[in-house]
Design a binder for this molecule. Structure first.
Ligand code: DX5
Ligand code: ZN
Length: 238
């Protein structure tokens, strides 16, 4: 019997996570509701502290308020310089997945965060800016990651164009995850649009964050299904 390559043997489900930052910020609850109606797999919450990246968005109070409105999985992308200081507050606010940036961590601080997140039964993620390579300490911890965010824009703002120069890194990371047979979802964040989802999933991405790619469309509910259908088709229908 011929052995199937692992990449084919274990395809991760295509998932869509609308990023509410692209909606009218005075009506974030509505953005979450749109994600629900569009049968999104999760909703992506971008927390930026004005220090790690040049914008300030919202904090745990907003996450908590949104939590009351929805049962959707909250994928909280913490673009903050001091994650250890704030992690508990985001857990208590109702985040399901807490993703931290590799640029502000090392093995020791990651392990500390992991302990805190897993103690509360939540998932941990790691994010990389476009220019950041996967650090060695992170490579050794891939099996503990629920998600690995490969950013395809510089953190800060919705509505930027995807940086295609990240694709070779995405392929390398996808290969590592496939070789290790890890459950880690490969999450692509930044400039995801109907026109580029095919490319992104062919390079190994399976969890698609989309801000403008959902909320700037005429019919955001339909845009979620459209992204999913295009991504699935690009992988040959699975
Ligand atoms: C950027 C954020 C992204 C962004 C995605 O700092 O991490 O999640 O909001 O928005 P689009 O899809 O519009 O690039
Ligand atoms: Zn994000």
């Amino acid at each position: 019997m011929t052995e199937q390559p692992r990449t084919l043997a274990k395809k991760k489900p295509i998932m869509v996570a609308p990023s509410v930052l692209a909606w009218d910020l005075s009506r974030l609850g509505e953005a979450v509701e749109i994600a629900s109606r569009g049968k999104a797999d999760m909703v992506h919450l971008d927390v930026i502290d004005g220090h790690f990246a040049p914008n300030i968005t919202f904090g745990p109070g907003t996450v908590k308020a949104l939590r009351k409105t929805s049962d959707l999985t909250f994928d909280t992308h913490l673009m903050i310089s001091e994650p250890i200081r704030y992690v508990e507050r985001f857990i208590e606010a109702g985040s399901d997945i807490l993703t931290f940036h590799a640029e502000v961590l090392n093995a020791e601080s990651f392990d500390l965060l992991q302990g805190m997140v897993h103690a509360k039964g939540k998932g941990i993620g790691l994010a990389l800016k476009p220019q950041t390579e996967l650090p060695r300490w992170a490579e050794e911890r891939l099996d503990s990651l629920k998600t690995l965010i490969v950013m395809t824009v510089n953190p800060g703002f919705s509505g930027q164009t995807m940086d295609m120069s990240v694709m070779p890194k995405l392929e390398r990371i996808s290969a590592l995850i496939a070789e290790g047979d890890y459950e880690t979802n490969i999450e692509i964040d930044g400039g995801v649009e109907p026109e580029n989802v095919g490319e992104v999933v062919r390079r190994g991405g399976n969890l698609l964050v989309a801000g403008a790619g959902v909320y700037a469309k005429k019919d955001p509910v339909a845009a979620i299904a459209d992204l999913r259908a295009r991504a699935t088709a690009a992988r040959g229908g699975a």
